[in-house]
Every structure is written in C-alpha cells, then in structure tokens.
Design a protein. Structure first.
Length: 298
C-alpha cells in the first residue's frame, strides 16, 4: 500500500519516476488511453480552502477513470468531532483512495493507517508535497535539471511549502536558500533530519544572489490568521520584487505556489512579469498529481 504523506517518505527514485511520468501525462492529455483508476471512487476531504488543489485533483481523478467525491470536513461528522480513525475506517470500506487537506500532519498519517486505502497529503500545516513535486517539474520543464541549481525561498520559511522544499533539496541535490526573519526560519530539527545543502539567512540579498529561481508563498498561511498583524510586520521586506530579481541569475525563474498577495510577498509588477511561469506552475498541478495517482495505485 503506497501513500504520499510527506516528501520525507518519498525516495529519490520515486520522485524521479513521478516527475518523468508527469511529462507523459501532460503530453498525452486528451488522448491518453490510460485509466489506472477505472471504476474507483476517491474521497477528497478538505478542512481548508482550496482552488488549485481541489480542481486539479477533481479533474485528474476523473481523467484517470475514477469518480472524485468532494467532502468538506465541516459538512461531514468529522467536523462535529467524529474521530479521524473512525472516519478513516468507514471510508476505507467504501472508497478506493483519499486526498486530504487538513491541519495536523498526524491526522493524514492516522487516516492512512486506519483506512487501509492509498492516502495523499493535499497540504497540512507541515507539508505540501504535491506542490513541491509540481514546482520541481515546472522548473525542469522550463529551465532543465534542478540538480546543482540554487533555489531561493523568500518569506515565511517556517510553513508547509518551504518544509517540503527542504526534503526535496536533500533528495534531489540542489542548494536551497531560505531568506526569512529568524522566527520564520525552518526548525533546527527539520534541517537536521533532512540534511542536504540548506542555508537559512535573514540576508535576503545574499540569498537571492545568483539564484536560479526565486520562490515565495503567502506570509499568512491558512490557520495562522490570528497572527496576521504580527506576521505582516515581521515579514515586511521579505518580498520578491524587481530589485531582488536583478540580483538573481539572468533569466532566473520567479515562482509562486499561489494564491498571491500583491504588495506583500511579491509586488504586482514582478508577479505579472512572471505570470506565464506562475500559471504554468499552477496548471502542472494537474499533470503531476495524475502521475502521483498513477504511481500510488501501481
Ligand atoms: N497552491 C495551492 O495549493 O493552492 P490552493 O490552496 O488553491 O489549492
Ligand atoms: N503556506 C500556504 C500554502 C497555500 C497553498 C498555506 O498553508 O496557506
């Protein structure tokens, strides 16, 4: 039984295989005879908002031959306190796989353990593995192999997206620089467990110098709304803008997992100048997640 709960648990070879197969799903879309989920039903349990992840999984699951069943966590008994392990045991007897977006990483792990069906982490407070696999696929599609390159993350370096970048850096052999104020840098424990070439700094200019990609995410992640004022104050200055792009390698990519807040983590001009890359990155969620689904049932 395979799951995608964390990039920590995915081997380098599995990552490479998924990335390769994503290219084939992208190329063959619309005329692809592969239906690896034929006849199945997949539950999509979402406890947080989503545009890209929800739509790309619903479309991808359908295109692979299965029926996606969207379940807002607030509208099933889970939202009234039914334990995750009971929800998992019920769904495990009815559906063939689950895609879950929630808060605690332990909840997706418990669901996988008790459901007995393939389970995919569609974002927790700790990781966003489908996003980072897509980002790497997009980088390689537009700029070539990521191995040996420099990826600079700017902003809230302690949230789910940079954490998944940390695991990817260790496994795929690129340098990751995280430019963030001290309280918003990844934990020492994560850095130590992952290994790899990861530099954390408050010096945003040094982090951007010669980078192959400048990457950012929201300053206020879902679930952190109560900290908004503090975060907007502390993270001011950790923005991708035209001045920062000038420090990166000529032709460097600017990427954003979206949604974007102009004037906060990225300025309007830089966002729009890089919209082609950013929306290709969004589109690629579909192709990469089809590759993940195909791998998980394979
Ligand atoms: N990037 C991302 O996961 O977007 P959504 O929150 O819209 O799914
Ligand atoms: N770090 C963000 C990612 C959104 C896709 C959040 O958790 O809200």
């Amino acid at each position: 039984m395979k799951h995608l709960l964390s990039l920590e648990k995915l081997s380098r070879d599995e990552m490479v295989a998924i990335l390769r197969s994503a290219g084939s799903f992208k190329q063959q879309r619309g005329r692809d005879p592969r239906k690896p989920l034929a006849g199945q039903t997949w539950a999509m349990i979402f406890a947080k908002s989503s545009t890209r992840t929800r739509v790309s999984f619903e479309v991808g699951i359908s295109e692979l031959g299965a029926r996606p069943m969207f379940l807002s966590a607030a509208e099933i008994q889970l939202g009234r306190g039914e334990p995750i392990k009971d929800t998992a045991r019920v769904l495990g007897r009815m559906v063939h796989g689950a895609v879950i977006r929630t808060y605690g990483q332990k909840d997706v792990e418990e669901f996988a353990e008790f459901s007995g069906i393939p389970t995919i982490n569609a974002l927790t407070d700790e990781e966003h593995p489908c996003q980072i696999l897509t980002d790497i696929f997009t980088f390689e599609e537009l700029s070539g192999p990521i191995q040996g390159k420099v990826v600079t993350f700017v902003g809230d370096g302690a949230c789910n997206v940079p954490a998944s970048w940390v695991w990817a850096a260790a496994k795929l052999g690129f340098e990751l620089r995280i430019a963030a104020p001290k309280p918003y840098q990844p934990s020492a424990d994560l850095l130590q467990r992952a290994g790899g070439r990861v530099v954390c700094t408050e010096d945003i200019k040094a982090a951007a110098a010669g980078a192959d990609v400048l990457y950012t995410d929201v300053w206020v992640s879902m679930g952190k709304e109560a900290e908004s004022a503090q975060r907007l104050q502390t993270l001011t200055g950790y923005q991708i803008n035209q001045a920062l792009v000038k420090l990166a390698k000529p032709g460097a990519l600017v990427m954003h997992c979206l949604p974007a807040y102009r004037g906060k983590e990225i300025d309007e001009e830089t966002f729009e100048a890089n919209a082609a890359t950013i929306f290709t990155e969004a589109e690629n969620r579909l192709h990469v997640q089809k590759a993940i689904l195909n791998w998980i049932v394979g």
